[in-house]
Ligand binder design. Sequence first.
Ligand code: GLA
Length: 370
Amino acid sequence: MSSKLIVQAPGRINLIGEHTDYNGGFALPAAIDKQIIVTLQKNNHPSVCTIEAENVHDSVQINLKDLPYNTDKVWLKYIIGVVEELRKRGASIDGFDAKFTGNVPLGAGMSSSAALECSFALGLNQLFDLNFDKMTLVKIAQKAEHNYVGSMCGIMDQYASMMGKKDHVLLLDCQKESHQFYPIDLENYEILIINSNVKHSLADSEYNTRRRECESGVAIIQKVYPKVQFLRDVSTDQLEDFKNQMTSTIFNRCQYVVEENDRVLRAVAMLEKGNLTELGQLMYQSHAGLQNKFEVSCAELDYLVNQTRNQPYIIGARMMGGGFGGCTINLIENGTSNQFIDKVSSSYEHKFGKKITYFKVAISDGAKII
Ligand code: GLA
């Protein structure tokens, strides 16, 4: 029996830059101190693997010879997807035993799925000496989601989970597939995540629809500007010229993305200047765009953001991730989280019949072997 390998890969937050990644744009995510932890070991069988999902008390035996096959177990799809994507690139993988556990909230826009994909991608890479670099593993993890789960996600989640760095946000350039680290100094503020506990079940189909809507906007613009590949390449003024050629829905989607890209760059400038108040304002603007133009928010998320508006100790809030549920991200003065949670939790429960949960995040390193 070979020795055990333990790998961890984190979930992520995103300060700003939502639904920009698959538009070749910018985003400002960071890895956090909530992870998936996988224990992996070769079992000396050529193809049989046992995989145990400790959190959901489930375990399966799969034979790599039978892959790919359909499974109803969503957690297993991510893992099979990673194995298959590695094999597509020539990886030779034999039998292994794995078990994983974690504390990234599921279906909450915190990238629990990217954390699962990245932990297996990095772990199998090490266990079978595959020698893929981290960027290739990021793409393998993303493709696993496209081809085996059916969500046509961008690259932000897997990128942040794999490449994150303690106390830094990443300015992602999703067209160039590159990043720059910025130290994050929130002075006397901290990041509070509030989970609406609305599971984003609509998310996959609506997510793919949004992506198609953005692409059809680009197709209209390309007829005049053939060099435009992504909404990233379009300015606000340029987009205005196409208003009459687009449905109002397509125009609004495109306008949100173009504006959000600009907000990300302004947010980085504000971080550098230490102007956190303005950074917070950009977060509110991002939420308004996601709510009204991109239409991926929901009543619960809007309520949680609205409740922050008149609190002097909160300087910014918005929904985070793909939308249709999940979490809000809040910039809140140190030591005031409980005050806000006390204020909002019972009214939220009264209005929506469910409870919020919440936690503070520390910005942490990306995936690693431990
Ligand atoms: C999900 C996707 C990401 C990104 C966000 C929205 O988390 O996985 O690629 O598009 O939604 O910003």
